[in-house]
Write a protein that binds this ligand. Sequence first.
Ligand SMILES: Cc1ncc(COP(=O)(O)O)c(C=O)c1O
Length: 393
Amino acid sequence: MKMEEKIEAGKKYVMHTYNRLPILLEKGQGSVVWDTDGNAYLDFVGGIAVNCLGHSHPVIVEAIKEQADKMIHCSNLYWIEPQIELAKILVEHSVMDKAFFCNSGAEANEGAIKLARKWGKGRFEIISAVHSFHGRTMGALAATGQEKYQKNFVPTLTGFKYAGFNDLESIAGMVDKNTCAIMLEPIQGEGGVNEPDPEFFKGIRQLCDEYNLLLIFDEVQTGIGRTGKPFAYQHYGIEPDIITLAKGLGGGVPVGAMLAKDAVAESFEPGDHASTFGGNPLVSHVAHKVCQTVFAPEFLEAVNDKSEYFRGKLEGLKEEFPFVVRIKGKGLMIGLELSKDATAIPAAMLSRGILINAIGTSVLRFVPALTIEKSEIDQLIEALKESFREVLA
Ligand SMILES: Cc1ncc(COP(=O)(O)O)c(C=O)c1O
């Protein structure tokens, strides 16, 4: 069957919750993916920051096979060795003490919201940021400071306020006797790869200490080496109280996590929170191997080296294309802001065999495999030049 016919079947049977580009991807190797008609594409979307080791990396493939041979799932009524190992490596590479496992970013944030409320002992309000994105489940949606995601699903969960990101005063002005936590992405992903000023998080930390509030860092997109460090909070000289993770954690297998310091984690007692699949042997073993690979200093050095190379190349575009405003983000979470409408660029890139994605109307986002090659970055840059000339010049 031709790809087009398969896509027609998709339209008939799969619920229409995504605006999909008209290709059906069937296999991948490293940063190259192929559709069912045999066309190859260079992947700078990486499952939106999920495929951190690229496609079918031997570490992941081996880990799946090894664990599938032993045990795929067992209940959290029993201890699970790969889960313990995964918790240990996450704790040892962060300032957190304990881990809870689930299956997605939204679910990790649901866990964080519940933990903050239990810890708050009656204080229940959480301040998050305008343009944030924390997921689509009802709690995570309520935390998401974007009306467009909430408007068709009101009433959303009560107890959330939205302050300006990078606006300490606006956040401080919202703290009251009911506030228990401030929840932020270190770098806003879906909101446009927005970075705060370097001192912003120090002010937030002080505010949390002053009013005894938890600082929840949603590192679903920024965590696991994406920004060139194991966790993005490590760029800012502060410590959050809770970190949520998903995306890159499993390198493609669905696993989420919520990490917390002991003083916070101990608020949860058996029965307070759970997830049937959370931290099962299969995903935990894979995620443990992913973390072992990504947290190696030489791996992260290579990420930073490629980031610098990539950013330099993007900077170079400014000369020919004055509508290139700036390069945003850290590590291999990069946004290219244009002063022109960028929405036609992903399709122009697709026709040149490159997958990228646009956020809103003016930011192109690049979240490739952390194993991307410099020669592949060169290919992207050439295709971007062609696409800019074709669509925007
Ligand atoms: C920062 C952040 N938090 C939460 C989520 C939701 O994650 P998931 O789609 O796995 O539920 C996302 C997804 O894009 C995200 O970027």
